[in-house]
Structures are given as structure tokens and as C-alpha cells.
Design a protein around this ligand. Structure first.
Ligand code: FAD
Length: 457
């Protein structure tokens, strides 16, 4: 599509909106970026947002595509697997993949967002902070915006508007009323709370910094991601109500007893644990699904605004970044905005639905299944099958995290075939030696078509 001097307004200068701005500017559009918050480079971080995120192949590819990856690369902390902490204090590393490059990376949300906003400004994009989109104006054509810097409202009449205003998107809610995009917002009955393990003497990490730590406890879990400054961000995922829940942890004594009961090894590493716990907010978790993402060629939803997912596969940001690349490519080849938005939706909607499902499933895997010896055997067998059939059998976790060339929907479909095969093969076995690997290979070969163009060597 010819950009000419056409303008595009993006609402939300979060991770998705600011990356998209860089890409659209490169195509020659006149981009303006409206953001509700004050400039994050000046204002303190918003409480309750996750502090660090896991970045993987799809996100890295998008950052490379935009030419900003070298700025981000230096912030990354590689994590090669899950470090499982048992109740008795024992730990075990479970590798994510079997090749040394199959790792994911912890990155600071704030730093990443700052880099992307600065990259937008350096390319001549006007980022207007303190501008909150409220929905459509009375004519239904413009977007009502409150300018918090002036305390007044104005109407944004530009078209198109691309809404990257996150999971609680005001534009999605307005479109749902006006254009019938049939959005559903499903809250998980679990929430999350963040805590911190500060650096030890000399700034060293007090846990192994090369892994994502998990304390799986069945109905809930604690996780920790390393930060470059020697600290870890901890996140407790817990039911909101019930016997062991956020509602039941309302006093210092209750918090201390809960942590000593379930996470005794980590208690000495968190100074002022109960005080921080009670002071920090409980975040909400949910899934947003829509029947459509656009209103002809006028408005489009993207990122979490279109498809918020629970964080248990570490993919929300990665998917939002993938969206930016898909939209960038659709613009290059599309003839007008309506066709571009339709192409984007057609390609990404099935993928967003697939990763939304897989993210929900992964909560059960992380908080519970990882402790099951049969889970470990299935994982060992899946690595063996991948070695034997690298172009047919790729573990589902690896397809999602390390193979950005494989769409999420394909990963989900093939993953289901693989999972039932694995469950069958390990049913009567306790170790890999007890499985007929030639037969397993033959069955995998016949159940799974050749996966052309995948990145396995
Ligand atoms: P957001 O990052 O939410 O950005 C939206 C922006 O729009 C914000 O700047 C906001 O201020 C602005 N805005 C909102 N409303 C308005 C308005 N009305 N007008 C103007 N501006 C507005 N993803 C991963 O890939 N890996 C992870 O490890 C991971 N961990 C997570 C852990 C937790 C606890 C949570 C909650 C999420 C996690 N995610 C993870 C998901 C990830 O945070 C989101 O998918 C990602 O932030 C989506 O980016 P976005 O730009 O679409 O939305």
C-alpha cells in the first residue's frame, strides 16, 4: 500500500504500540502515538504491572525486523530451563530445549518500553503522553480523548486508528458496542502478586540466574525471573478466594505462615516479606477473545487489546510483537486499509486463539504436572523423537518458544497429536529403556506430516 503522506494514529505506547509505530514510520506513514500514562521515563512505574517478562523467538524476530534488537540485546538474561523447587528444598533443572541456543530471556518491561518509545521519537514520531482514549464521540466517527495534561477533552478524527491500548482496551469496548466484534473477557479465578529477592553480597544473584525458578504446589505456584542487577522478581499465582488464597492472606502472621509452609527455602531471601506482600497489589489475569478485530478500514485492535492471554506460556508480548510484523507485511502488500486489516485478522486470529488455549493449559503444567515422573519421561521421549525426526516431531513447548516460523495454531494442532502419542507410549514404562524407540519413531513418522521449512538442523 502506498503510504504517501497518510497519517495513522496508534493508541497506547506500550510494548506493541511503540514497536508498531517504528515499523509504520519506516513505511513512510505519518504516525502519531497517544498514551494515557505520563512519560514512563519521568514518572514512576505503575504498581501492579509485571516487572520482567520472558522474551522468546517470536518477539526477538520482531525486534530484529524493526532494527531495534541490538538496543535490547544487552538487557537480556538468558534462561535455559525451569529450576523446580520441591517442598523439601531440593532443586532440579529441567531444560527447555535440547540445543544450547534453545533458551528464553528475562527482560525488564520498563526498560524495553523505554527503548521502544525512544526509538519511536528518534524516528520523528510524536508521542503524546497523558492522552486517554475514552471511546467514540457522539457521531461514532471520531475518538474522544481526555488530555490529562490540560484537563480537557478533544476528538481524534484521524483514520485509521490502531488500538494498542492493552487488555482493558477502551476502543475494544466501544467497538463491541458499535461494530459487534463480540468480545469476551474471561477472568481467571486466580490473581498474582509480585515480590523481590534483592541481590546478595557483591551484587550476586542468590539463586541460579540461568533459569526460571518455579515452586509448583499443585493449586498455585511461585516463580522467579532473574534481573541483570543481581535481583529476582518473584510472582505468586494463587486463587483469589478459598482456603489458601489471596483473601486468606490478610495479616503478617498469615503471610509468614503460608510462605514457611510452602516456600520455606525462599523466606530468608526476601527481607520484609510480609510487609511487602501486604503492600503490593493483587493483579488480575484473564483471556480476551474477539470474533473480529476491525471496523472496515477505520479501526483495528492489536496486541492485548485484541487478544489478552494469561501469562503462563510467556507469550502475550511475543504474540503482540508478532502481530506488528504480520501487520507490517500486510500493509506492504495490501491495496487499502480494509484489505490490510482483513488479511491481518485472517492470519492472526486463529493463532491468538491457539496460544490463548495453550497458555491456560500451561498453568496446570507449571504449577502441577512438572512434578509428575511421567511428565519427565514424556519430555525425555519427546527430545529423543525430535533427535530422530527433527522435521516431524518438535516438542510443543519448543514449537511455541523457539520456532517463530511455525504458527501457534499449527503448534497446537501438531502438539495434540504428539501428546496423545507420548501418553500412549509411556503408559506402561517408567524409563526410556522400557520403550521400543524404533516403534515410537515409526508411529510418530506416520502420525505427523513432514514439517517443511522448520528451523531444526
Ligand atoms: P500493554 O503493554 O498493556 O500496553 C498498553 C498501553 O496502552 C499502555 O502503555 C497503557 O498505558 C496504554 N493505554 C491503556 N488504555 C489507554 C487509553 N484508553 N488511552 C491511551 N492509552 C491507553 N508476555 C510475554 O511475552 N512474556 C512474559 O513473560 C509475560 N509475563 C507476563 C506476566 C504478567 C503477570 C502479566 C500480567 C503479563 C505478562 N505478559 C507476558 C503479557 C504482556 O505483558 C502483554 O501481552 C503485553 O504487555 C501486551 O502489550 P500491549 O502493548 O498490547 O499492551
Amino acid at each position: 500500500m502506498e503510504a504517501g503522506h497518510k497519517s495513522v494514529t496508534i493508541i497506547g505506547a506500550g510494548l506493541c504500540g511503540s514497536l508498531l509505530a517504528v515499523l509504520l514510520k519506516r513505511q513512510g506513514f505519518d504516525v502519531s502515538l497517544l498514551e494515557r500514562r505520563a512519560d514512563p521515563r519521568i514518572a514512576p512505574p505503575v504498581a501492579g504491572r509485571s516487572i520482567n517478562l520472558a522474551l522468546s523467538a517470536r518477539g526477538i524476530r520482531a525486534l530484529q525486523h524493526a532494527g531495534v534488537f541490538p538496543l535490547v540485546d544487552k538487557l537480556l538474561m538468558p534462561m535455559r530451563g525451569r529450576v523446580i523447587h520441591s517442598e523439601d528444598g531440593a532443586t532440579e533443572l529441567q531444560r527447555y530445549g535440547q540445543r544450547s541456543d534453545e533458551q528464553i530471556y528475562s527482560v525488564s518491561r520498563g526498560e524495553l518500553n523505554r527503548i521502544l518509545i525512544e526509538a519511536s521519537e528518534e524516528r520523528g514520531i510524536e508521542v503524546r503522553f497523558g492522552q486517554e482514549a475514552r471511546g467514540f464521540d457522539d457521531s461514532g466517527q471520531g475518538i474522544r480523548v481526555t488530555d490529562h495534561t490540560k484537563g480537557s477533552d478533544w476528538t481524534c478524527s484521524d483514520a485509521p486508528v490502531i488500538a494498542a491500548d492493552g487488555a482493558g482496551s477502551a476502543i475494544r469496548r466501544a467497538l463491541d458496542d458499535a461494530a459487534g466484534i463480540t468480545a469476551t473477557e474471561t477472568l481467571l479465578p486466580h490473581g498474582y502478586k509480585e515480590l523481590c529477592i534483592p541481590p546478595g553480597p557483591g551484587g550476586r544473584h542468590l539463586l541460579d540466574p540461568r533459569g526460571l525458578h518455579i515452586w509448583p504446589r499443585g493449586g498455585f505456584m511461585l516463580i522467579a525471573l532473574p534481573n541483570p542487577g543481581g535481583d529476582f522478581t518473584l510472582t505468586l499465582f494463587l486463587p483469589n478466594e478459598g482456603r489458601e488464597s489471596f483473601a486468606s492472606l490478610e495479616s503478617e502472621a498469615a503471610v509468614e505462615a503460608f510462605f514457611l509452609r510452602h516456600f520455606a527455602d525462599v523466606v530468608p531471601l526476601i527481607p520484609g516479606l510480609a510487609g511487602s506482600f501486604l503492600a503490593n497489589p493483587v493483579g488480575i489475569l484473564g483471556t480476551v477473545r474477539c470474533g473480529g478485530w476491525h471496523d472496515r478500514g477505520r479501526r483495528l485492535l492489536i496486541g492485548d487489546a485484541a487478544h489478552a492471554i494469561v501469562p503462563f506460556h510467556g507469550q502475550g508480548m511475543n504474540l503482540a510483537f508478532e502481530d506488528c510484523v504480520v501487520l507490517d507485511e500486510a500493509i506492504r502488500t495490501g491495496k487499502d486499509w480494509e484489505t490490510v486489516f482483513a488479511t491481518f485478522e485472517e492470519q492472526q486470529l486463529p493463532n491468538a486463539n491457539a496460544i490463548a488455549d495453550m497458555a491456560l493449559e500451561n498453568y496446570v503444567e507449571m504449577r502441577d504436572t512438572v512434578r509428575d515422573p511421567k511428565y519427565k519421561l514424556r519430555k525425555e521421549l519427546s527430545f529423543e523423537l525430535e533427535r530422530r525426526l527433527p522435521n516431524r516431531f518438535i516438542p510443543r513447548y519448543s514449537m511455541v518458544m523457539f520456532h517463530d516460523e511455525i504458527p501457534y495454531a499449527v503448534a497446537q494442532e501438531r502438539g495434540a497429536v504428539q501428546e496423545s502419542l507420548l501418553a500412549d507410549l509411556v503408559r506402561d514404562a517408567q524409563t526410556l529403556d522400557e520403550i521400543d524407540l524404533s516403534e515410537a519413531e515409526a508411529r510418530a513418522r506416520s502420525a505427523l506430516p513432514h514439517l517443511a521449512g522448520n528451523r531444526n538442523p
